[in-house]
Design a binder for this molecule. Structure first.
Ligand SMILES: [Zn+2]
Length: 114
């Protein structure tokens, strides 16, 4: 299950952050996952609740943003933002878009309990 793998990567990230900054717990975690990443945000929220249940992260809330993906249009050469992989170029309507970003996971902000 994809969401579970993502969740494990997220927990590693948060463990590192805690080791570095030395806070006790987290109240809220905000993530951005590009819209090209195939993902069910509800499933990720659920996976997060389950995998953190008996850890120092228990009770932390998770929020997921879905920023647009980025692509280069092979017809007009523009770098554009697109909602999904099958979208046409918003400038010239061309269908030959090369994805250049938009499936990465990024930690946007965390609200800590010191
Ligand atoms: Zn174009």
């Amino acid at each position: 299950m994809h969401e579970l793998t993502l969740c494990e990567a997220l927990l590693d990230l948060l463990d590192e952050e805690q080791a570095r900054r030395g806070f006790r717990s987290l109240r809220r975690v905000r993530l951005a996952i590009g819209r090209f990443g195939c993902l069910d945000p509800d499933a990720l929220v659920y996976a997060f609740e389950v995998t953190t249940r008996n850890t120092w992260l228990a009770g932390a809330k998770i929020e997921v943003d879905r920023p647009p993906g980025r692509a280069r249009c092979l017809d007009c050469g523009d770098d554009v933002e697109v909602e999904d992989r099958l979208a046409d170029c918003p400038h010239c309507g061309g269908a030959r878009l090369l994805p250049t970003g938009g499936d990465e996971m990024r930690l946007v902000e965390i609200e800590i309990v010191a």
